[in-house]
Design a protein around this ligand. Structure first.
Ligand code: 9YT
Length: 136
């Protein structure tokens, strides 16, 4: 059994900090679960454009308020504590945080560790040789 605690991830390589969000990567590919799982803080007032071309992501909001805009349709969906969304179509989207939002994020295939969004809004598929230096 694997046991992880958020406090133990802080300040380590499992903590990825960007201007819009901080992601604590509690489970990663090397853990062998077939998915990665993150505890992610989205900062209040930010808007983040994303499209996970190489991954499926599901996100469960456990704190805060915001909205997700589906780029293809213009639909805007309110996100609050208790809302889950699953990007089953690799949906291009914009996530806007009205307050700080705490999100539990699951990725398939699992992230390796250091991934951040490329210019296309996606995370790269990292192989072992590249896992030291992700796109920025
Ligand atoms: C909700 C979302 O996609 N935020 C960006 C960060 C990402 N989920 C991560 O790597 O934890």
């Amino acid at each position: 059994m694997i046991v992880r605690r958020l406090a133990e991830a802080r300040g380590t390589s499992r903590e990825i900090v960007t201007p819009n969000w901080t992601s604590h990567r509690l489970l990663l590919r090397d853990d062998g679960m077939g998915f990665s799982m993150h505890d992610t803080l989205i900062r209040a007032g930010t808007a983040t454009e994303m499209q996970y071309l190489n991954h499926l992501e599901s996100v469960y909001c456990v704190g805060g308020k915001g909205e997700i805009e589906v780029v293809a349709t213009g639909e805007r969906i309110a996100i609050e504590d208790g809302t889950l969304y699953a990007l089953d179509q690799h949906d291009e989207h914009v996530l806007r945080a009205e307050t700080d939002m705490r999100m539990i994020c699951v990725f398939n295939p699992p992230l390796v560790g250091p991934e951040v969004h490329g210019e296309d809004g996606a995370y790269p598929i990292l192989d072992d040789a590249k896992s030291e230096g992700a796109a920025s």
